[in-house]
Design a protein. Structure first.
Length: 644
């Protein structure tokens, strides 16, 4: 494939995401963080009513009102006759049921909320809260190197892999979604918003989908997506204003669980979210994501756009849900400064930082924080240019977002910024990896992506995770992984088809960097060549990578039944309830972060509560992004380019 210069866009995220506090259903395989903080024999019983719903019900009792609420009711076993009787009362309406998730959407009087927790089969009750979208890449991420090869059976472009995009819909008329032979690669579309349309009047979903899998027909492939021949599944969960609800997302995830095999859906992208209050152990969307990952689907999620406050000061602990879910790949945003070389790349100021500050409260009113290390990695997300949906609300309200590439409605491109744009870059990367090696599990995909990432100077792990996405290295390593591995494979068995580990460095646009050579296990970071040379039990389906560590009295050690002896557990990251101890690698000056305050360079969001200006900051990031000497947007000639 001939060399070409690509524009390095910037990811958009519309995410403000109204408030969200949820309770949910648990799974058999609890991660290490859950083992450390989850309700157990020696822990007071967890409150099964989400905090915001409890407060709403309490206010209603004080006012003697007959107000009702729409709630998410999660069950851990079939409903008893007594519960069925309650749900059949006058004034109670079951609006929807999600059989794969053991979850129902119910309208009922607030006076009945407390009585629901008297049923043993009720796991959690939470509000059906609002959700909103968050919001040259091909060359700088290494996707070009992964796609181009003299041997046609080695280059990858996403062929045969289905990517589900849960967003505001697609503009199916845009040329970015055609195959090389002219057929649409949007193989299925479904609306979950009750607007009975699958197009994109808001404008977010089209850009996200094109980032992951847009073709190179426009402007000589200047705006080619990461996996330009992957199939796309359009699951419209955000309405014409870019908002949705927990129940619409659950409906889409439930559909996905039932239909993933039909469309070979191996990747799902959620560039949306809501402020995370309730622990991932009870959050309904997080629990649904876990089920999807356990079923073999890689889930990429935007971290959020709340990395700073109105004064520009850093904020830690504002990762959004479902980005707080350990099994998901949570993605932060990078500013490429408009250059193909990665030597000047840095994390954007607005990209949400970890750790997660979601929590659960026991019956003694004691809060137990998740404190999960997030994001997993970062990817380009500042001033990205990709497909523009015709007459979409974002451009109508902000004409400056149109990139001026073309006048034809089905070829227009637009700017967007945010972690919403970074997440589909990683989704496209996962599709390339799965084409190269279809037997990879979601955990192996996550491990390979983080192990091969490029650590960025000046950013700590709460900002960048393992570092910036490196598609060349990830696909190269994915090709070497054996295809006969299973959950029955013995710990320490050879992982690769070769006896030697691959070269653990990558060169992109003339810049050579070393791989991170580490993996984030949610509460600790582990390292060692055996992560990529020997099979680890954490790579199987039905577990998450954090099952490889054990937390006891604030000390983290590796689990010898899950990780081989050559995997080293770092002692510089120890997380216990409310306290994070750093050795200077995680926090810039190595101070102790205690109960909500980071002394070094920012403030951590206290108790998971999102400060008042968060919504405005997220919107500002979406439309303005960080300052960058962006390259000029190449103009489209109107002639299709098929050499991409």
């Amino acid at each position: 494939m001939k060399a070409r210069r690509f524009f390095r866009p910037a990811a958009c995220l519309v995410i403000l995401a109204l408030f969200f506090s949820l309770s949910l259903l648990t799974f058999n395989n609890q991660p290490a963080s859950a083992k450390a903080n989850a309700p157990g024999k020696n822990t007071p019983k967890a409150n099964r009513i989400a905090p915001d719903l409890q407060a709403k019900a309490s206010r209603a009792r004080g006012q003697d009102t007959s107000d009702s609420a729409r709630v998410i009711l999660q069950l851990n076993s079939p409903p008893s006759p007594a519960l069925i009787s309650l749900l059949n009362r006058n004034g109670v309406h079951v609006r929807n049921s999600f059989k794969n998730l053991n979850t129902q959407v119910v309208d009922l009087p607030l006076s009945l909320i407390d009585s629901l927790t008297t049923f043993k089969e009720v796991f959690s009750v939470s509000l059906d809260s609002p959700v909103r979208s968050l919001g040259h890449v091909s060359l700088t991420t290494g996707a070009d190197a992964a796609r181009s090869s003299t041997a046609p059976d080695i280059g990858v472009d996403g062929t045969g892999i289905g990517i589900a995009v849960l967003d505001s819909g697609f503009d199916a008329e845009h040329v970015s979604f055609l195959s090389r032979t002219g057929e649409s690669r949007i193989v299925f579309s479904k609306d979950f918003t009750d607007e009975n349309r699958v197009d994109d009047p808001f404008g977010h979903g089209t850009h996200v989908a094109a980032t992951a899998a847009g073709n190179g027909r426009v402007a000589n492939a200047a705006y080619v997506g990461i996996a330009p021949n992957a199939n796309l599944i359009n699951l419209r969960v955000l309405n014409s204003q870019g908002s949705g609800s927990v129940s619409t997302i659950l409906a889409a995830l439930d559909w996905l669980l039932s239909n993933r095999a039909t469309y070979n859906i191996r990747v799902a992208n959620l560039s949306l979210g809501m402020p995370a209050i309730q622990s991932y152990q009870f959050d309904p969307v997080c629990q649904a994501v876990r089920r999807l990952v356990d079923a073999g689907v890689v889930v990429t999620v935007a971290a959020g756009n709340n990395g700073k406050d109105a004064s520009g000061s850093k904020i830690y602990g504002a990762i959004h849900s479902p980005g707080i879910e350990p099994s998901a790949i949570t993605v932060g945003a990078v500013n490429t400064f408009g250059t193909d070389t990665r030597s000047d790349d840095g994390v954007t100021s607005y990209s949400s930082r970890g750790p997660t500050r979601s929590f659960w409260t026991d019956s003694a009113e004691v809060k137990h924080y998740d404190n999960v290390l997030k994001p997993e990695l970062v990817a380009p997300g500042n001033r990205l240019i990709y497909a523009e949906a015709d007459n979409n609300a974002l451009v109508v309200q902000h004409p400056e977002l149109d990139a001026g590439v073309c006048q034809a409605n089905n070829r227009k491109q637009m700017y967007l910024n945010g972690t919403s744009m970074a997440a589909p870059v990683v989704a496209g990367a996962a599709a390339l990896m799965l084409q190269a090696n279809p037997n990879l599990t979601p955990n192996l995909v996550k491990v390979i992506l983080t192990y091969t990432a490029q650590p960025l100077a000046g950013a700590n792990r709460f900002e960048q995770g393992s570092g910036e996405l490196n598609i060349e290295g990830a696909v190269r390593l994915a090709r070497l992984v054996r295809t006969d591995l299973s959950a029955d494979t013995d710990l320490g068995t050879a992982l690769l088809t070769t006896t030697d580990a691959p070269t653990q460095s990558t060169t992109i646009a003339g810049f050579t960097f070393q791989w991170a050579r580490e993996v984030n296990l949610n509460l600790a970071v582990v390292s060692g060549d055996e992560l990529i040379t020997k099979y680890q039990k954490i790579y199987a389906l039905g577990v998450i990578v954090s099952d490889g560590v054990i937390v006891s009295d604030g000390v983290i050690v590796s689990d010898a039944t899950m990780l081989s002896n050559g995997v080293l557990c770092g002692d510089g990251v120890i997380v216990s309830d409310g306290v994070i101890v750093s050795d200077g690698v995680i926090v810039s000056d190595g101070v102790i972060i205690s109960d909500g305050v980071i002394i070094s360079d920012g403030v951590i969001v206290s108790d998971g509560v999102i400060v008042s200006d968060m919504t405005l900051q997220a919107q500002s990031a979406t439309f303005n992004g960080d300052d960058t000497p962006s390259m000029a947007a190449p103009i489209d000639s109107g002639t299709d380019c098929l050499d991409y």
